[in-house]
Design a protein around this ligand. Structure first.
Ligand SMILES: [Zn+2]
Length: 105
């Protein structure tokens, strides 16, 4: 039994396909695959590059997927912002650690 990365359904009818959100692959049940749904976390990661996402993609993939996950555009924007903050904070920490190491040399 495999598990769908989008809806969590366990089924023997799961296919691993490359995601339309990026170069990664996810496991999809036939319903999610046919509907073009994507895992919510993948959509949020993709949201970091929002400016690069074309309008057709937003309308055809993002909006139906958000509806499927029961998320509003506002939820989505908040989660993207949260992830962006986590990224920039992690980067800041990495830089600080680096500075400390070089300063000690
Ligand atoms: Zn599914």
């Amino acid at each position: 039994m495999n598990k769908c990365d989008v809806c969590g359904t366990e089924s023997s009818d799961i296919q691993v396909c490359s995601s339309s959100t990026s170069g990664v692959s996810f496991a999809y049940c036939s319903r999610c695959l046919q509907s073009g749904y994507e895992p919510y976390s993948a959509l949020v990661s993709m949201g970091l590059f929002w400016a690069d996402i074309n309008k057709t993609y937003k309308q055809q993939i993002l909006i139906p997927s958000l509806n499927f996950h029961g998320k509003t555009r506002e939820d989505f924007d908040n989660d993207v912002e949260k992830l962006y903050k986590e990224y920039t904070e992690a980067e800041q920490v990495a830089k600080t650690n680096k500075t400390e190491v070089t300063a000690g040399e």
